[in-house]
Design a protein around this ligand. Structure first.
Ligand SMILES: Nc1ncnc2c1ncn2[C@@H]1O[C@H](COP(=O)(O)OP(=O)(O)OP(=O)(O)O)[C@@H](O)[C@H]1O
Ligand SMILES: [Mg+2]
Length: 336
């Protein structure tokens, strides 16, 4: 079953065209991540799905129903925002139950659903507290709890982790993935963080400037990016793009090599000087300036003794390299 279908959705604010011909399907139970740089239209697209903005043209379907004219509260969705948007004067318990209360649900139902969500999110010890008495991560869990109690068909998350520090972000990311498994609900999750996209998604939608650039599973996009934008956006450190440093490239052609596909190899075709070394313990990143003046990153597994200033030769597996033309499109024939 299809949870959501967007057909030729466009959105303009006055004469600013923000969403451009979006076509997209979310299957039931699927975890879909919208990823792209700031300003590309992720939040706007989520708000159009939620009904907080109207589509200028096109159709939004939830399940089998066209919902363009259906108000947000009647769409069977729940949204979690980056800002949490909790009521400061209400306790955790009342914040979580408020939506149900406003729907006119009986007290017993509210109690039962809040208790279930609180247990799932490990919030039992905090139910009597107010939001100001919670950490950022706990507040975010309350905001998620408020969505869960409504038992929506579709969850919408807009950058829910961006106010958290790195360690907590990772924990909460794992919790959200576990929650998705438990609830088996459809989820759409917006982020500009490629790690969140790669680790959470069944399906990633890469947006750029209001267009969908590519849709696919994380590994499909990683292994088979359709263009240079997708290739550079997914993967950390980012893919290297070289125009002059690898012999045999056609004019106007760029080769893309992921940092982990480069190796120190005294017979390798690329040579340069190490300008910086990042020792991460498990990995070592070498920043290299090639003899042709291009910068690249080499990701070596484990610890490595190479020092700044060293002259290095680098090899790579040509089968794992990508080629792009001067319009930044992928070319599949190296000689093309
Ligand atoms: N109400 C509005 N009126 C006019 N322009 C708007 C409005 N809302 C958003 N925009 C514009 O639409 C574009 C997309 O905004 P949106 O908030 O969807 O981006 P985003 O991808 O969520 O970015 P971020 O990662 O920074 O949150 C931006 O250029 C923004 O300025
Ligand atoms: Mg946004």
């Amino acid at each position: 079953m299809t949870a959501l279908k967007l057909e030729n959705v466009n959105k303009s604010f006055g004469d600013v065209h923000v969403l451009k011909d979006i076509n997209l399907t979310v299957d039931e139970g699927e975890f879909v991540v919208f990823v792209g740089p700031s300003g590309c239209g992720k939040s706007t697209l989520l708000r159009v799905i939620a009904g907080l903005e109207d589509a200028s043209t096109g159709t939004v379907k939830i399940g089998d129903e066209v919902v363009n004219a259906v108000p947000p509260a009647k769409r069977g969705i729940a949204m979690v925002f980056q800002s949490y948007a909790l009521y400061p004067h209400l306790t955790v318990k009342d914040n979580m139950g408020l939506g149900l209360k406003q729907e006119g649900q009986p007290k017993s139902v509210i109690e039962e659903r809040v208790a279930k969500a609180s247990k799932m999110l490990d919030l039992d010890d905090y139910l009597a507290r107010r939001p100001s008495e919670l950490s950022g991560g706990q507040r975010q869990r309350v905001a998620i709890g408020r969505a869960i109690v409504r038992d929506p068909k579709l969850f919408l998350f807009d950058e829910p982790l961006s106010n958290l520090d790195a360690a907590l972000r990772m924990n909460t990311r794992v919790e959200i993935a576990a929650l998705h498994r438990t609830l088996s609900a459809s989820m759409i999750y917006v982020t500009h963080d490629q790690t969140e996209a790669m680790t959470l998604a069944d399906k990633i939608v890469v947006l750029r400037d209001g267009y969908v650039e590519q849709v696919g599973s994380p590994m499909e996009l990683y292994n088979n990016p359709a263009n240079r934008f997708v290739a550079s956006f997914l993967g950390s450190p980012s893919m290297n793009f070289l125009e002059h440093s690898v012999p045999g490239l056609a004019k106007g052609q760029t080769i893309g090599i992921r940092p982990e596909h480069l190796t120190l190899d005294k017979n390798g075709p690329i040579s340069g000087k190490v300008t910086h070394v990042e020792r991460l313990g498990g990995d070592t990143n070498l920043l290299v300036e090639t003899d042709q003046g291009e910068a690249l990153t080499v990701r070596l597994f484990g610890q490595n003794e190479t020092q700044v200033g060293a002259n290095v030769s680098l090899g790579f597996n040509a089968e794992l390299a990508f080629y792009f033309n001067d319009a930044n499109e992928r070319v599949y024939d190296k000689a093309a």
